[in-house]
Design a protein around this ligand. Structure first.
Ligand SMILES: Nc1ncnc2c1ncn2[C@@H]1O[C@H](COP(=O)(O)OP(=O)(O)OP(=O)(O)O)[C@@H](O)[C@H]1O
Length: 300
């Protein structure tokens, strides 16, 4: 089990992403070499602190998913990383250039160190295989040394960790609600105790109450286990609730990056102001409510 890390760790008053980074994205550009070349990500630089929740906001098509896929080395042609590097910094103190990983090394790295909850993930569970078999698959692939009994025990623990009773292991995906299926996907992403989780619109398809419960769960687990999260969504109010910092992306570029509260109260870029204004709930009573719950379960 990992040593819990909190975003409250500070050294000489510096923020965690400066003193203890887990991921560095350095001048990354990504193009789609389609009929017309699309410059989807343009010269993006970001550092993610260990245990930090970084929100990545921006309208559809601004390049959020492309960046997320690049971090997980999941981009496929015609996408190419045309410049820049992405480095992972281990707890043990060494750095890995993700672009240089190949074959078995890449397979071992992915999911183990950085995992991902995909957009619409809850619909990607295999409908004819039980939850138990799908969770166990992660362990048999990445932890072959575990006995069947140990694997089963871990699957039960995982489900309970995300608030689903272990009796559900026997269920098939269609027997679970959308919220439960999404929790299963989050459990799967947490299975190997990764240090970074990329969550791409993880709660978008869910109703607001279930969305809130899952967000609360994510912040609680982050505090308990110490993983960092890049949380991607177009829903800025939601990010204000859970993020330590927020990056705002527009047409492939990060146009604003700051503490969540600063982005909310003192937006610098015109686009951020427009994005905030497009959520009327932020300016009324609901907006106060949204801010009031920020950082619950965290020391942000
Ligand atoms: N396979 C592809 N071929 C060509 N262009 C693509 C491809 N995939 C994405 N793009 C383009 O790259 C840009 C960034 O897309 P991306 O999906 O990363 O945005 P996004 O912000 O994640 O949007 P959404 O929230 O809708 O998923 C868009 O202009 C998109 O049209």
């Amino acid at each position: 089990m990992s040593t819990p890390t909190t975003v409250g760790d500070r050294s000489a008053g510096k923020p965690i992403h400066e003193t203890n980074p887990v991921l560095t994205i350095d001048h990354v550009s990504i193009d789609y070499l389609a009929q017309r070349t699309v410059h989807a990500v343009k010269d993006v630089s970001l550092t993610l602190g260990r245990g930090e929740i970084l929100g990545l906001a921006g309208e559809s098509g601004c390049g959020k998913s492309t960046l997320a896929y690049a971090i997980n080395r999941l981009l496929k042609p015609p996408a190419v990383v045309s410049s820049g590097t992405i480095s992972f910094h281990s707890r043990e103190g060494y750095s890995i250039d993700l672009g240089a990983l190949q074959g078995e090394e890449l397979r071992q790295f992915r999911w183990d160190r950085i995992s991902m909850v995909f957009q619409g993930a809850m619909n990607s569970l295999n409908p004819v295989i039980s939850i138990q078999a799908q969770l166990e698959d992660v362990f048999s692939t990445h932890r072959p040394e575990l006995s069947k009994k140990e694997r089963r025990e871990k699957c039960g623990e995982l489900l309970e960790r995300v608030g689903v009773d272990r009796s559900r292991l026997k269920s098939f995906p269609h027997e679970l609600s959308g919220g439960m299926r999404q929790r299963v996907m989050i459990a799967m992403a947490m299975a190997l105790d990764p240090q970074v989780m990329i969550m791409d619109e993880p709660t978008t398809a869910l109703d607001v109450v279930v969305q809130r419960e899952i967000l609360r769960e994510i912040t609680r687990l982050r505090a308990e286990l110490g993983f960092a999260v890049i949380f991607i969504t177009h829903d800025l109010p939601l990010l204000l609730e859970i993020s330590d910092r927020i990056a705002v992306m527009k047409e492939g570029e990060i146009v604003e990056l700051g503490q969540a509260l600063d982005v909310y109260t003192k937006p610098q870029h015109e686009y951020t102001k427009r994005l905030l204004a497009s959520f009327p709930s932020l300016t009324g009573d609901r907006g106060d409510f949204a801010r009031g719950t920020h950082g619950k379960g965290t020391d942000a």
